[in-house]
Design a protein around this ligand. Structure first.
Ligand SMILES: [Cu+2]
Length: 160
Protein backbone atom coordinates (compact mmCIF):
# COMPACT_ATOMS: atom_id res chain seq x y z
CA UNK A 1 0.00 0.00 0.00
CA UNK A 2 1.08 3.56 -0.55
CA UNK A 3 3.11 5.01 2.22
CA UNK A 4 1.40 8.37 2.25
CA UNK A 5 -2.09 9.05 1.09
CA UNK A 6 -3.05 12.61 0.48
CA UNK A 7 -6.62 13.21 1.43
CA UNK A 8 -9.06 15.05 -0.73
CA UNK A 9 -8.79 18.06 1.53
CA UNK A 10 -11.96 17.44 3.45
CA UNK A 11 -11.44 16.98 7.13
CA UNK A 12 -13.14 13.86 8.32
CA UNK A 13 -14.95 14.47 11.55
CA UNK A 14 -16.99 12.11 13.68
CA UNK A 15 -14.29 9.52 13.20
CA UNK A 16 -15.40 7.98 16.46
CA UNK A 17 -18.47 6.74 14.66
CA UNK A 18 -16.44 4.72 12.21
CA UNK A 19 -16.45 1.00 12.71
CA UNK A 20 -13.20 -0.44 14.02
CA UNK A 21 -10.99 -1.80 11.28
CA UNK A 22 -10.31 -5.47 11.70
CA UNK A 23 -6.62 -6.17 11.44
CA UNK A 24 -6.43 -9.63 12.88
CA UNK A 25 -8.94 -12.07 14.23
CA UNK A 26 -8.68 -10.78 17.76
CA UNK A 27 -6.91 -7.46 17.87
CA UNK A 28 -8.74 -4.46 16.48
CA UNK A 29 -7.62 -0.89 16.12
CA UNK A 30 -10.13 1.92 16.48
CA UNK A 31 -9.63 5.46 15.24
CA UNK A 32 -5.85 5.63 14.79
CA UNK A 33 -4.45 9.14 14.37
CA UNK A 34 -1.13 10.93 14.56
CA UNK A 35 -0.32 14.52 15.36
CA UNK A 36 0.40 16.91 12.52
CA UNK A 37 3.79 18.60 12.69
CA UNK A 38 5.08 21.90 11.37
CA UNK A 39 8.15 21.67 9.10
CA UNK A 40 11.32 21.20 11.04
CA UNK A 41 9.74 19.52 14.00
CA UNK A 42 11.40 16.18 14.33
CA UNK A 43 9.00 14.17 16.43
CA UNK A 44 5.36 13.28 16.63
CA UNK A 45 3.13 10.69 18.24
CA UNK A 46 0.35 8.34 17.22
CA UNK A 47 -2.71 7.21 19.13
CA UNK A 48 -5.54 4.67 18.86
CA UNK A 49 -7.83 2.56 20.95
CA UNK A 50 -6.70 -1.06 20.64
CA UNK A 51 -9.14 -3.83 21.48
CA UNK A 52 -8.13 -7.36 22.39
CA UNK A 53 -11.17 -9.52 21.73
CA UNK A 54 -9.23 -12.71 22.37
CA UNK A 55 -8.99 -14.85 25.47
CA UNK A 56 -5.27 -14.34 25.99
CA UNK A 57 -3.47 -11.30 27.25
CA UNK A 58 -1.27 -9.75 24.60
CA UNK A 59 1.13 -6.85 24.66
CA UNK A 60 2.72 -4.47 22.23
CA UNK A 61 6.49 -4.81 22.46
CA UNK A 62 7.82 -2.67 19.60
CA UNK A 63 6.89 -0.56 16.62
CA UNK A 64 8.27 0.56 13.30
CA UNK A 65 7.30 3.00 10.59
CA UNK A 66 8.68 4.18 7.28
CA UNK A 67 7.70 7.69 8.42
CA UNK A 68 10.23 7.88 11.26
CA UNK A 69 13.73 6.68 11.98
CA UNK A 70 12.75 5.40 15.40
CA UNK A 71 9.47 4.28 16.94
CA UNK A 72 9.19 3.93 20.70
CA UNK A 73 6.40 3.08 23.11
CA UNK A 74 5.88 5.91 25.58
CA UNK A 75 3.74 6.93 28.50
CA UNK A 76 3.31 10.10 30.51
CA UNK A 77 3.69 10.46 34.22
CA UNK A 78 3.64 13.42 36.51
CA UNK A 79 6.78 14.36 38.38
CA UNK A 80 6.70 17.35 40.68
CA UNK A 81 3.63 18.65 38.95
CA UNK A 82 5.15 18.41 35.49
CA UNK A 83 3.99 15.88 32.92
CA UNK A 84 6.90 14.04 31.44
CA UNK A 85 7.01 11.16 29.05
CA UNK A 86 9.18 8.14 29.21
CA UNK A 87 9.72 4.97 27.23
CA UNK A 88 8.01 1.77 28.36
CA UNK A 89 9.03 -1.76 27.46
CA UNK A 90 5.55 -2.85 26.50
CA UNK A 91 1.89 -1.85 26.44
CA UNK A 92 -0.49 -4.44 27.83
CA UNK A 93 -3.55 -5.55 25.88
CA UNK A 94 -5.60 -7.47 28.44
CA UNK A 95 -7.81 -10.30 27.21
CA UNK A 96 -11.34 -9.16 26.42
CA UNK A 97 -10.21 -5.62 27.09
CA UNK A 98 -8.85 -2.55 25.45
CA UNK A 99 -6.19 0.07 25.93
CA UNK A 100 -6.44 3.71 24.91
CA UNK A 101 -3.35 5.36 23.51
CA UNK A 102 -4.21 9.03 23.86
CA UNK A 103 -2.67 12.47 24.30
CA UNK A 104 -1.32 12.80 27.81
CA UNK A 105 -1.07 9.04 28.27
CA UNK A 106 0.32 6.05 26.45
CA UNK A 107 1.39 6.77 22.89
CA UNK A 108 3.47 5.59 19.98
CA UNK A 109 6.39 7.98 19.72
CA UNK A 110 7.69 8.82 16.27
CA UNK A 111 11.26 10.11 16.48
CA UNK A 112 13.22 11.73 13.65
CA UNK A 113 10.42 12.04 11.13
CA UNK A 114 11.35 11.50 7.52
CA UNK A 115 9.13 14.44 6.57
CA UNK A 116 6.58 16.70 8.19
CA UNK A 117 3.21 15.11 8.90
CA UNK A 118 0.46 16.97 7.09
CA UNK A 119 -3.18 16.90 8.15
CA UNK A 120 -5.34 14.58 6.09
CA UNK A 121 -2.52 12.28 5.08
CA UNK A 122 -1.94 8.86 6.53
CA UNK A 123 1.22 7.06 7.53
CA UNK A 124 1.96 3.40 8.10
CA UNK A 125 2.93 2.11 11.51
CA UNK A 126 3.45 -1.52 12.37
CA UNK A 127 3.23 -2.67 15.96
CA UNK A 128 4.92 -5.92 17.01
CA UNK A 129 3.05 -8.01 19.57
CA UNK A 130 4.53 -10.37 22.14
CA UNK A 131 3.44 -13.42 20.15
CA UNK A 132 5.37 -12.15 17.14
CA UNK A 133 2.31 -11.04 15.22
CA UNK A 134 2.24 -7.67 13.53
CA UNK A 135 -0.50 -5.11 13.73
CA UNK A 136 -0.71 -2.52 10.98
CA UNK A 137 -2.10 0.94 11.72
CA UNK A 138 -2.80 3.63 9.16
CA UNK A 139 -3.21 6.65 11.40
CA UNK A 140 -4.71 9.76 9.91
CA UNK A 141 -2.68 12.91 10.49
CA UNK A 142 -4.64 15.48 12.48
CA UNK A 143 -4.24 18.70 14.32
CA UNK A 144 -5.12 18.06 17.91
CA UNK A 145 -5.41 20.92 20.33
CA UNK A 146 -4.69 18.92 23.45
CA UNK A 147 -1.57 17.42 21.95
CA UNK A 148 0.42 20.59 22.25
CA UNK A 149 1.82 19.98 25.66
CA UNK A 150 3.84 23.15 25.99
CA UNK A 151 6.61 25.21 24.54
CA UNK A 152 9.04 23.88 27.02
CA UNK A 153 8.96 20.31 25.90
CA UNK A 154 8.76 21.30 22.25
CA UNK A 155 11.92 23.34 22.46
CA UNK A 156 13.73 20.40 23.95
CA UNK A 157 12.52 18.12 21.22
CA UNK A 158 10.69 16.07 23.79
CA UNK A 159 7.28 16.96 22.58
CA UNK A 160 4.78 14.24 22.82
CU1 LIG B 1 6.65 10.30 23.66
Amino acid sequence: MGRVHRGAGAVIVCAGLAAPVTLSAQIQVEDPFARATPPGQGNSAAYAVIHNDGEEDRSIVAGESPAAETVELHTHSEEDGVMRMREVESIELPAAGKVALEPGGLHIMLIDLVEALEPGERIDITLILDDGSRLDLRPEIRHHRSIDVGQDSESRGLDE
